[in-house]
Design a protein around this ligand. Structure first.
Ligand SMILES: [Zn+2]
Ligand SMILES: [Zn+2]
Length: 238
């Protein structure tokens, strides 16, 4: 179905039909995509390690290494309703969920520092061509508009990074293997000299991608690099 037709159908449904929760199909208030039960079941990634986002590890000195990103926030746990929403958004093209996901993650992980630029994790052009968009860039655009700063002072979304294809698929790799697989994948011809940067990504698994992106930004002169993601997946290995 062409995009404009599906948008029209959705608009008509919203205006004239009772609304049903996207996840459990129970009836819900017409303006909401989720019922209160599903909304309340979303698990926030509270007390997470500030380096890697591991849930519940805020006070344990979980990560002591001094690598960038300096601080990382991933507002939600990648499980249950959150995982379902992100799947629909990322793999089924339900782009109308971008605002809801950003809102939920920002409520759990507000952005307090000011940055010179938001840098989405880039996708290799082949992946972007297949999917039609880079989901991290969509997030960065919405995040930028949601920052509590006057519009003219909001940091721009910068596509300054270039990526090469992955050496190997890494779904089943642990942290160390992913680090090796991601090393040197990102580069930039742009200067980020003395800038404070916020990297934006959707789901963090081991943090290897963010480390590789941060390394490229650091080489380009950035002096403070943080990361903000929607959700943190459970650790898959060491
Ligand atoms: Zn529901
Ligand atoms: Zn950690």
């Amino acid at each position: 179905m062409p995009l404009w037709v599906s948008r029209l159908v959705k608009t008509l449904q919203q205006d004239f039909l009772p609304s049903y929760c996207l996840i459990c199909r129970d009836a819900c208030e017409s303006q909401n995509l989720l019922c209160n039960g599903c909304l309340n079941s979303i698990r926030k990634n509270s007390w997470a390690c500030r380096k890697c986002g591991q849930p519940g590890a805020a006070l344990t000195g979980h990560c002591r290494h001094e690598t960038a990103p300096h601080f990382l926030q991933a507002g939600l746990e990648y499980s249950g309703v959150t995982r379902d929403l992100i799947h629909r958004w990322k793999f089924n093209g339900a782009l109308e969920l971008t605002h809801l996901l950003v809102q939920l993650a920002l409520e759990a992980a507000p952005i307090k520092r000011q940055y010179h630029a938001l840098v989405p994790v880039p996708m290799h052009w082949r992946g972007r061509w297949r999917r039609g968009y880079n989901q991290s860039r969509l997030l960065a655009q919405v995040v930028s508009r949601r920052l509590e700063q006057p519009a003219q002072q909001r940091p721009p979304v910068t596509d300054g990074l270039i990526t090469s294809p992955r050496k190997k698929a890494q779904h089943h790799m642990g942290r160390q293997q992913r680090r090796i697989n991601s090393q040197g994948r990102y580069r930039t011809h742009q200067s980020f000299a003395n800038q404070s940067i916020l990297i934006i990504d959707d789901v963090i698994t081991t943090g290897a991608t963010l480390e590789a992106v941060a390394e490229a930004l650091s080489k380009a002169g950035a002096n403070h690099i943080d990361a903000w993601c929607l959700a943190r997946a459970p650790q898959t290995g060491k």
